[in-house]
Design a protein. Structure first.
Length: 586
RNA sequence: GCCCUUGUAGCUCAAUUGGAUAGAGCAUCGGCCUUCGAAGCCGACGGUUGGAGGUUCAAGUCCUCCCAAGGGCACCA
C-alpha cells in the first residue's frame, strides 16, 4: 500500500514538473509514513513541504496542486491537507482489510520481504573469550545479535551468523594453566592459587575431566612447579609477571604435546558450555570461526604482506607497525611485536578481510561498549585495503549493570563472582530475559535488577504479549465448547462488518507489521519489533474487553474471528523473530 | 587531557531516524469481573526533552560550547 501511495505522489510530482509548477530538475525522495495520530489519516506525506523551497511556493498551496494532480486510486478513500502542508491519506476499508487477508493466507511468512535480496550480511556477535561461562553482559549481545540476525533474515537478507573464537593468545594460556593447577590440587598438591588465574568453579570441573582422562601423566610436584618464581601481586610483586612466569613453567614442565592437550580440553569444554548456553537461549550460529586458524593458515601473514606491499607498514622499536593514523585512527598500531608474535589486532585485520573475501556485502560486528576504541583501527585497516569502511557496521552494546535490590553486583570473570547468563535464564526464564534485553536500544546503559525481574516477573511485558496470544487461542477453545461454527471464507466476505474503532485500529496495526520489519531491518534496530508487539497486544486486549467475538450473528462472528486470528498470527511471527515462545495457554 | 556512548514524567524506557498536540510500563489515585481468561480494560495525576546559543517551513533528533554519568585511550585479548 505504501509503495502504491508513493507512486501516486511520484506521478503527481511528474505532472507538476510537466506543467511547469515545479522546476524541471526537481529531485525528491518521497516519504510516505504511517500517521502517528489517527486523526491525521492512515498515511502522511511531507513532499509538499520538502519541495516548497525549490518550487518557491507555499507548502499548503503546493500540497493542493499535488493532490489535484494525483491519479485516482481505488485504495484511496480520501485525501486532506493539514498542518503546515502535510498530505494526509485515508485508505479504504477494502484496502486496509487486505492486511488481515494477507496475514491469514501467508501465515508464518507474513511480514517477510525481499528488501535485502541483494545483500549478504555477516553478523558476528558475542564472541566472548572461551575462558569461562557467559555472563549477563554477553547475554545482551546474544539477544541483540540473535534478534537482529532474525530480523534481517525476515527482511530477505542472506545472513551468516558467526562467533569469533579467540582461541589463540595469552588468555587461553592462563586458562590452561589455571586448569592444570587445579588438576594438581586434585592430586593432593598444595598450591597457592595465583591472583590472576581463573578461579571459577568451572575451572575445577575441567580439572576433574583432565584428571579422569590423563590420570597421573601430567603430574609434577608443587615445589618443582613453584620453584624460583617471582612474587605474586598479593605478595608484593606483579601479578602479570607472576602468571606469565607460571604459564612458561607449565609449558616447560608439560612439554608441547601435553600442554596442547590441556589447552584443547579447556577450550572444548568451555566452548561446549557456551554453545549449549546460547542454544538454550535460542541463539544459534552458522559458523564458529577460529582465530588460531587464521595464523595457522597463513592468512595473518598474508594480510600483513599485502599491507607491507602497499607501503602501510613500518619498523620501529623492534616491532612492526601499521600506519593506521593515515586512515583516521588516532595513532599507529603494532601488528608484530618485538618478540615476533603477531598481535590480536593483526589477526583481526586478517579476519575482517576474510569476512569480505567470503563474499559478504556488509558486515555487522556486535561488540561490548568497552571495545569502542577499537572501531577506528579496524575501519582504518579496511580503508588500507580500499574497502569502504561503512561496509563494516560496528554496533556497540552497553554492558548490563546488575543489581540485586539496590546492591550493585561486581562482575569479573577472573574472580569468578559474575552472574552467568545461565543463572539469569534460570531465575527469570529465557523468554523474559530475551525480551527484556531487546526491549532497549543497545547503546543505552541497562540497569538490570535481578530482584525486580524475578519478583515482578508477572509484570514483565513479555507476559502481556504472550497473554494476548493465549487469549485468542482460548477464544477458539470456547468456540468449540459452545458448539458455534467458524467459517473463514465467510468471514473474509464480511470483513466490511468490522467498522468499530477498535477493529479498524487493530486492522491498521496488523497492516503495519510488514512495514515495520522493513524499517527496523534497515535501521538494524530489533527493539522496534518488541515495542510494536506490545502495541499490537494492547490493541488486542482493548478489543477483547470492548467487544464479544463469539456473537450469535454468524457473519460478524466469522469476520471478527478472522481479525483476531490474523492478529494472533502476527504476534506469533513477531515473538518467533524475537526468540520468545508463543504459548497457547498460560 | 583526548575520544566514544548516554542524559526525555518520581522510576525504567519509546518517539516512524528532521515531522503535526513528546508517548508507554511501573509507582500513586479512582472506576470495570454472574457474559470469549482481571497476567486484562477505562480514566486521572505526572514534562522548560541536562543548560545556552545556532541551522530551517519544522529540532528530543542536526551543529557549536558548557554541565553530568558510564566507558575507552597496551608490543592484553
Amino acid at each position: 500500500m505504501k509503495e502504491q501511495l508513493r507512486s501516486l505522489i511520484a506521478t503527481a510530482v511528474d505532472r507538476l514538473v510537466a506543467d511547469g509548477t515545479l522546476p524541471p530538475d526537481t529531485r525528491v525522495e518521497i516519504q510516505v509514513e504511517r500517521a502517528r495520530d489517527k486523526s491525521h489519516g492512515d498515511y502522511a506525506v511531507n513532499t509538499a513541504m520538502v519541495l516548497a523551497k525549490q518550487a518557491r511556493r507555499k507548502p499548503r498551496e503546493l500540497a493542493e496542486r499535488l493532490v489535484a494532480a494525483m491519479p485516482q486510486d481505488a485504495g484511496v478513500a480520501g485525501v486532506t491537507i493539514a498542518g503546515p502542508g502535510f498530505i494526509n491519506i485515508d485508505i479504504t476499508f477494502e484496502a486496509a482489510y487486505g492486511a488481515v487477508r494477507d496475514a491469514l493466507e501467508q501465515g508464518p511468512r507474513y511480514g517477510r520481504s525481499n528488501q535485502g535480496a541483494d545483500e549478504r550480511i555477516n553478523i558476528e556477535f558475542v564472541s566472548a573469550n572461551p575462558t569461562g561461562p557467559l555472563h549477563v553482559g554477553h547475554g545482551r549481545g546474544a539477544a541483540f545479535g540473535g534478534t537482529l540476525a532474525s530480523l534481517l533474515t525476515t527482511a530477505g537478507y542472506d545472513v551468516n551468523r558467526e562467533y569469533y573464537v579467540n582461541d589463540a593468545g595469552r588468555q587461553m594460556d592462563i586458562l590452561a594453566t589455571s586448569v592444570w593447577l587445579r588438576h594438581l590440587e586434585l592430586q593432593g598438591e598444595a598450591i597457592r592459587f595465583p591472583d590472576n588465574a581463573y578461579r571459577g568453579d568451572y575451572v575445577r570441573d575441567i580439572a576433574q575431566r583432565l584428571r579422569n582422562s590423563a590420570q597421573d601423566r601430567f603430574f609434577h610436584p608443587a615445589k618443582v612447579v613453584l620453584a624460583s618464581l617471582p612474587l605474586d601481586g598479593s605478595e608484593g610483586g606483579d601479578k602479570e609477571d607472576y602468571i606469565d612466569a607460571l604459564v612458561s613453567r607449565t609449558k616447560d614442565l608439560l612439554g608441547p604435546e601435553a600442554y596442547a592437550a590441556v589447552v584443547s580440553l579447556a577450550l572444548e569444554t568451555v566452548l561446549e558450555d557456551i554453545r549449549d548456553d546460547l542454544a538454550a537461549f535460542g541463539v544459534t550460529y552458522d559458523q564458529w570461526f577460529s582465530e588460531r586458524s587464521l595464523t595457522e593458515s597463513g592468512a595473518v601473514d598474508d594480510a600483513l604482506q599485502r599491507l607491507h606491499a602497499a607501503g602501510h607498514l613500518y619498523e620501529a622499536d623492534g616491532a612492526t607497525w601499521f600506519r593506521s593514523s593515515a586512515f583516521g585512527d588516532e595513532k599507529d598500531r603494532v601488528v608484530r611485536r618485538e618478540n615476533g608474535a603477531v598481535t590480536y589486532f593483526a589477526s583481526d585485520i586478517a579476519y575482517h578481510l576474510n569476512k569480505f573475501e567470503r563474499g559478504h556485502t556488509a558486515c555487522i560486528d556486535v561488540w561490548g561498549a568497552d571495545h569502542h576504541g577499537y572501531v577506528a583501527r579496524v575501519h582504518a585497516a579496511l580503508k588500507a585495503f580500499d574497502r569502504p569502511p561503512e561496509q563494516l557496521d560496528v554496533r556497540l552494546v552497553q554492558f548490563a549493570i546488575l543489581y540485586r535490590g539496590s546492591e550493585r553486583m561486581p562482575m569479573s570473570t577472573r574472580s569468578g563472582q559474575f552472574v552467568t547468563l545461565r543463572e539469569l535464564r534460570e531465575e527469570v526464564g529465557a523468554d523474559a530475559a530475551r525480551f527484556f534485553y531487546v526491549l532497549r536500544k543497545p547503546e543505552q546503559h541497562l540497569d538490570f535488577d535481578l530482584q525486580l525481574a524475578k519478583s515482578q516477573s508477572n509484570d514483565n511485558p513479555v507476559y502481556y504479549i504472550q497473554y494476548a496470544h493465549a487469549r485468542i487461542c482460548s477464544v477458539l477453545v470456547q468456540l468449540r465448547e459452545k458448539g458455534l461454527t467458524y467459517d473463514p471464507v465467510n468471514g473474509d466476505r464480511h470483513l466490511t462488518l468490522l467498522t468499530e474503532s477498535h477493529e479498524t485500529e487493530l486492522v491498521s496495526a496488523i497492516g503495519r507489521y510488514p512495514e515495520l520489519i522493513e524499517i527496523a531491518a534497515a535501521a538494524r534496530e530489533p527493539h522496534q519489533v518488541a515495542h510494536y508487539l506490545r502495541e499490537l497486544a494492547s490493541h488486542v486486549h482493548t478489543y477483547y474487553n470492548a467487544h464479544q467475538f463469539l456473537v450469535d450473528e454468524r457473519n460478524l462472528r466469522d469476520a471478527r474471528l478472522n481479525l483476531v486470528l490474523a492478529a494472533r498470527q502476527v504476534i506469533r511471527n513477531g515473538l518467533h523473530l524475537l526468540g520468545v515462545s508463543a504459548p497457547e495457554a498460560m
